[in-house]
Design a protein around this ligand. Structure first.
Ligand code: ADP
Length: 394
C-alpha cells in the first residue's frame, strides 16, 4: 500500500512516501519545499518527481495521504480528513495559527487535486486521549472550559514513537505491543512489567511527556503548542498576569503581545542571538552570558517537567531524548541528567558524546538503574502505520 505522509508548515511542505504491508514500512522517497506560499504547485511538482522516479504511474496510485494535524476543536485521534476535520481545524485556528490554517489548506488542495485518494488526519493531540482529566484541567471559569480551554499535549506522533521504540530497546514486548496498538485497541488493562518513560522531544519546538506502560500521562504542553518549555522563538509557560501587566505598562495590545510571545520570545529572546540552538550553543561556548542563560533556562525547564513526571509515575525506567537538540547535543543531555545519581541516573560520558547525527543508542552507564536513550524522531512512520491501519479498517 502506497502511503504519502504530508508535513505542512505555514511556509513549508515536506513529504515521505512509504510502501506498507502488514509486516513492514519501506521508505521509498522523501522531499520537500521551503518558502511555500501555495500548496497546489508543490503537490504537482512532488507528483511529477514521484512519477519520474518510478514510484507512481499517476497520482491516483497513492492509496492514502496522512496529515499530521495539530489541534482540532472537539476532535482528536486518527480520522478521515473530511469536512469534520476541516471544521475542527477552523474552530481552533486562533490557538494554533502556524499550523491549523496550513493543514486545512493542504487537505483542501489534495481533495481537489486527487479526490479519489483517501485522506487521513492523525492529530498531534491523539496520544494524550487517555490522560487523567485532573491533569488536563485549568482552574478557570466554566464558560472558559466550555470553549475547550484545557491542557491537550502535542508532538503526539513523536512521543508515541518514543513509547514504542523505548520499549523495544529495553526488550519490553508487552509495552511495545500496547503502545503500537493504542489508537486501534485503546489502552485496555495492563499487568506486565512496568515501563515508565520520561520522553524529551527537544527541537525547534520542544515538550517533555510522561509515558506509563505505553500510554501518556501528561505533557509539558497545554492548551496550545506555545506552552511548556521555552521554544525556539516562542515563550513556553508564562504567568497569565504578565499579559494584562505589559498591556498597562508598555501599552501593548493583546495582538502585539501575542505576536511577541509567538515570534520574538523563547530562546531567541533570551539569547538575543538566534532561534537556532546550534548558534546559541556556539555563542555560549565562546563566553556569551546571554546565550548561556538561554541554555540554562531550557535545561531548568526540561528538569522541572521531567521531575514532575518522575514523581507522578512513582519513578522511571527510561529517559529518552529525541528531535534536533535531543539527538545532537550531548552537552545539554549531560546537564539535564547531572546530579541525579541518587535517583539512579548515571550517564556514560563516552556513549553520550558518541551518540549524535541521527544515531540511536543507550547512553547510560551499565550501573544506571534508569536507562538513558537517544532515539531519532520518526513521526512520519507513526503516521504511515496509523493510516495503513485506518485504510484496512475501512
Ligand atoms: P523542528 O522540526 O521542531 O523544527 P528539529 O527537530 O529539526 O525541529 O530541531 C531543530 C533544532 O535542533 C534547532 O534548534 C537546531 O539548532 C537543533 N540542532 C540540530 N542539530 C544540532 C546540533 N548538532 N547541536 C545542537 N542543536 C542542534
Amino acid at each position: 500500500m502506497k502511503i504519502l505522509v504530508a508535513n505542512l508548515g505555514s511556509t513549508s511542505f515536506k513529504y515521505r512516501l512509504f510502501d506498507m504491508d502488514d509486516t513492514q514500512a519501506t521508505l521509498c522517497a522523501k522531499g520537500g519545499f521551503e518558502r511555500v506560499s501555495e500548496y497546489t504547485p508543490c503537490i504537482e511538482e512532488m507528483l511529477a518527481t514521484l512519477m519520474a522516479e518510478g514510484h507512481l504511474a499517476q497520482g491516483e496510485d497513492l492509496d492514502a495521504v496522512g496529515f499530521k494535524t495539530v489541534l482540532g476543536k472537539d476532535l482528536s485521534g486518527c480520522v478521515a480528513a473530511d469536512e469534520r476535520v476541516l471544521t475542527a481545524l477552523e474552530g481552533f485556528k486562533e490557538v494554533a495559527p502556524a499550523h491549523n490554517p496550513a493543514y486545512a489548506e493542504g487537505i483542501r488542495c489534495f481533495q481537489q487535486k486527487l479526490p479519489s485518494v483517501t485522506r487521513v488526519a492523525l492529530f498531534e493531540t491523539a496520544f494524550f486521549q487517555w490522560v487523567n482529566p485532573a491533569a488536563t484541567m485549568y482552574a478557570i471559569p466554566a464558560s472558559w472550559r466550555e470553549l475547550g480551554i484545557r491542557r491537550y499535549g502535542f508532538h503526539g506522533a513523536s512521543h508515541k514513537f518514543i513509547a514504542e521504540r523505548s520499549a523495544e530497546l529495553l526488550g519490553n514486548d508487552a509495552v511495545a505491543r500496547r503502545a503500537r496498538g493504542l489508537y486501534v485497541d485503546g489502552p485496555g488493562d495492563y499487568s506486565g512489567a512496568p515501563l515508565r518513560v520520561i520522553s524529551c522531544h527537544l527541537g525547534g519546538s520542544s515538550s517533555v511527556v510522561g509515558i506509563e506502560n505505553g500510554v501518556a500521562i501528561g505533557s509539558s504542553m497545554g492548551f496550545s503548542p506555545q506552552s511548556g518549555l521555552p521554544q525556539n522563538n516562542r515563550v513556553g509557560d508564562l504567568d497569565s498576569m504578565a499579559i494584562p501587566y505589559v498591556n498597562k505598562m508598555l501599552g501593548l495590545a493583546v495582538e502585539e503581545a501575542e505576536h511577541q510571545l509567538n515570534k520574538e520570545s523563547g530562546l531567541l529572546a533570551l539569547s538575543g542571538i538566534s532561534n537556532d540552538a546550534r548558534d546559541i550553543r556556539e555563542a555560549a561556548a565562546a563566553g556569551n552570558a546571554d546565550a548561556q542563560l538561554a541554555v540554562d533556562v531550557l535545561v531548568d525547564s526540561i528538569r522541572h517537567w521531567a521531575g514532575s513526571f518522575y514523581f507522578k509515575m512513582g519513578g522511571a525506567e527510561v529517559i529518552s531524548f529525541t528531535a534536533g537538540i535531543g539527538e545532537n547535543d550531548p552537552q545539554l543531555r549531560a546537564k539535564v541528567c547531572a546530579g541525579l545519581e541518587g535517583l539512579g541516573v548515571v550517564l556514560d560520558p563516552t556513549a553520550n558524546e558518541a551518540t549524535t547525527g541521527g544515531a540511536e543508542g543507550i547512553i547510560s552507564a551499565p550501573d544506571s538503574t534508569i536507562k538513558i536513550c537517544v532515539i531519532p524522531a520518526n513521526e512520519e512512520l507513526v503516521i504511515a502505520r496509523e493510516v495503513y491501519r485506518f485504510k484496512q479498517s475501512q
